[in-house]
Design a protein around this ligand. Structure first.
Ligand SMILES: NC(=O)C1=CN([C@@H]2O[C@H](COP(=O)(O)OP(=O)(O)OC[C@H]3O[C@@H](n4cnc5c(N)ncnc54)[C@H](O)[C@@H]3O)[C@@H](O)[C@H]2O)C=CC1
Ligand SMILES: O=C(CO)COP(=O)(O)O
Length: 353
């Protein structure tokens, strides 16, 4: 056993796990797995970065203050990482997710467990990452992990809960066994589509919340945005087949609270920067990490218009970010819109658009 390997918990099985993606979240999950006593094949595309992590145990660009403990083996050989793994966790931004999986599809085995950690939507065809996994790796067993999981807190072992969503009970159990520990708790769900869509949609409202914070709005406004964001995202997701109750859970309201109230969220930080007068391009460049919400916003706006789902916050944010609308004008039109029902599952909305 290598020097820096933690033995697995008493009686627990030690797995070989591949983590694909060497950014903030890949690093956070590799660290949890390493501390839980598993062998981690940590794939990243950049050899210099892999060598640095190997040598220093620090992923300097994404997590400069964090030492990665345990048997975490950085590699740039994706096929080998997957071949050695019993379980594969994918933390690659949505824009590159399909191409990375497709180019390496031959490396995956029948029945292998592959779990998406990515909170985004594919541009063409409005596909979620679990759908991409089913299309590209039809012989594997897939799942998605989502929830209030700010990487910057997990790496400090701050108490966190997440959700594994999968139809196959063994996938759910395996991921709970792999990741669960004294600071990371893994709950299960079977509504894969709802859990995954919740994780992607909440990024939009985190941008809205960041914007509101930059404008120094109060707590009433923050509560209104979070709650109306929840109403809007569940309305949209339910129309596409998600279970509304999923939005009451960690992957729904939980993640919405975490990212709409914290500048540790990159999406929130984008909203904050725009609210302080930065151009979107400038804000993204300064962030230097992925903020999925800016892409998800475009796709959800287009989809909601095409299927006739009322999403005023999406529409307003889109006008601000992509059409140069004045923030104050958008706020005013949202506040002066026709007054409507609070919980539409109890009192149906009377106004549709
Ligand atoms: N950071 C967080 O707190 C959380 C992030 N997520 C999700 O995880 C996904 C990844 O996010 P982060 O790791 O935070 O992003 P990041 O911006 O910190 O890192 C992205 C990583 O993906 C790599 N990458 C980009 N394009 C690539 C390509 N074509 N091929 C291979 N690798 C590529 C980059 O080199 C980098 O290592 C996102 O969908 C995000 O929403 C989910 C939960 C929490
Ligand atoms: O999804 C996240 C936490 O649950 C991370 O959010 P950001 O991508 O906005 O940092």
């Amino acid at each position: 056993m290598p020097e820096n390997t933690t033995p697995p918990k008493d009686g627990a099985k030690s797995y070989d796990v591949a983590v694909l993606g060497g950014g903030s979240f890949g690093t956070a999950m590799a660290k949890v797995l390493g501390e839980n006593g598993h062998t981690v094949h940590f794939w990243m595309r950049d050899e210099a970065q892999a060598e640095e992590v190997r040598r220093t145990r620090v992923n300097k660009r994404y997590m400069p203050d964090v030492t990665i403990e345990g048997d975490v083996q950085p590699t740039t050989d994706l096929a080998e990482a997957v071949a050695r793994a019993e379980v594969v966790l994918v933390a690659i931004p949505s824009k590159a997710f399909r191409s990375v999986i497709r180019e390496n599809a031959d490396a995956f085995r029948e029945g292998q467990i592959v779990v998406s950690l990515t909170k985004g939507i594919e541009e063409h065809g409005f596909k979620l990452m679990s759908e991409i996994l089913m299309e590209e790796l039809p012989r594997c067993r897939s799942g998605v992990l989502s929830g209030p999981n700010l990487a910057a807190e997990i790496v400090n072992r701050e108490l966190t809960a997440t959700v594994i969503a999968a139809k196959d009970p063994e996938v759910r159990r395996t991921v709970q066994d792999l990741l669960g520990c004294e600071y990371f708790r893994v709950y299960a769900n079977v509504d894969v589509y709802g859990v995954e869509l919740a994780g992607a949609l909440k990024n939009i409202y985190a941008i809205v919340a960041g914007l509101a914070s930059a404008l120094e709005m109060g707590e009433n406004a923050r509560a209104m945005l979070i709650t109306r964001g929840l109403a809007e995202m569940s309305r949209f997701a339910v129309s596409l087949g998600a279970n509304p109750m999923t939005f009451m859970g960690l992957a729904g309201v939980g993640d919405l609270i975490a990212t709409c109230t914290s500048n540790k969220s990159r999406n929130y930080r984008i909203g904050y920067a725009v609210g302080k007068g930065k151009q979107l391009d400038e804000a993204v460049k300064e962030l230097g990490q992925v903020a999925e919400g800016i892409y998800t916003l475009k796709l959800v706006r287009e989809k909601s218009e095409s299927i006739g789902i009322y999403m005023p916050l999406v529409r307003g944010l889109y006008e601000i970010l992509y059409n140069g609308a004045s923030i104050n004008a958008v706020i005013s039109s949202l506040m002066m819109a026709v007054q409507n029902s609070d919980v539409e599952f109890i009192l149906p909305r009377t106004i549709t658009q």
